[in-house]
Ligand binder design. Structure first.
Ligand code: ADP
Ligand code: 5GP
Length: 211
């Protein structure tokens, strides 16, 4: 059989990935690398009332909103899910997720446990991935090493880590972020495998299959 030189464009039916884990576990680090490596997965830009960190861009990392603007999105049912996390509110705009999935594209949400539960309830076909630290102490070490948050914010995030971790048993996949290179492989393996499910690729079956 000759090899088709056209790169595989991704599956016909996209996946909705939800990535959750305690703050400081390394979710954003893993997600950013995965989105570079797997261009067929899009990123959902959340809305938040949290102020931007240094280096964060409005519209790329988050939509940074006032409380009044966030209230308006909630009132309009414009959020697929939302939750108060570490003293701020965060939510997933509904329309871009629906547009991606309707067009057969995959999309990834990096959201907290309460948000993940809301997405699973609304869309049971979502693929839920939980990122775990190698041990509880790693969360505080990493938040301090990241140097983006005040002492008070770090303390609040560390004290609430257990509440997030407690929900890991509700997820489809558990990825331990110990050695970063290994964690990238584990995380991206989950995403790649899900994209290659037969059920997401009916055109490949109709092209090559006989039964
Ligand atoms: P989260 O998005 O879960 O809050 P980040 O991705 O911001 O976490 O990671 C928190 C900090 O930990 C960052 O400074 C990041 O560079 C660092 N980090 C991520 N993964 C590892 C790892 N495997 N080992 C050590 N440090 C890590
Ligand atoms: P950070 O302030 O570190 O960017 O994010 C704090 C927490 O908010 C993380 O656990 C992150 O997953 C969560 N988060 C970010 N966006 C959303 C969202 O749209 N919805 C929900 N429920 N949580 C979010």
């Amino acid at each position: 059989m000759s090899v088709d030189p056209t790169p595989w464009p991704g599956p016909d039916k996209g996946a909705l990935f939800v990535v959750t884990g305690a703050s400081g576990t390394g979710k954003t680090t893993l997600v950013k690398a995965a989105l570079q490596a797997i261009p067929s997965i899009g990123w959902s830009v959340s809305a938040t009332t949290r102020p931007p960190r240094e280096g964060e861009l409005d519209g790329r990392d988050y939509h940074f909103l006032s409380h009044a603007d966030f209230d308006a999105l909630v009132a309009d049912s414009a959020l697929l899910e939302w939750a108060a996390v570490y003293g701020n509110r965060y939510g997933t705009p509904r329309a871009p997720v629906a547009a991606a999935l309707d067009a057969g594209r995959s999309i990834l949400l990096e959201i907290d446990l309460l948000g993940a539960r809301q997405v699973k309830a609304a869309m049971p076909e979502a693929v839920l991935v939980f990122v775990l630290p190698p041990h509880a102490g790693a969360i505080e070490e990493r938040l301090r090493a990241r140097s983006t948050d005040s002492e008070e914010v770090i303390r609040r995030r560390v004290s609430q880590a257990d509440d997030q971790l407690a929900g890991c048993g509700e997820f489809d996949y558990l990825v331990v972020n110990d050695v970063l290179d290994a964690a990238h492989v584990r995380f991206q393996s989950v995403l790649w495998a899900e994209l290659q499910r037969r059920a997401r690729n009916p055109r490949l079956v109709s092209t090559f299959g006989r039964v």
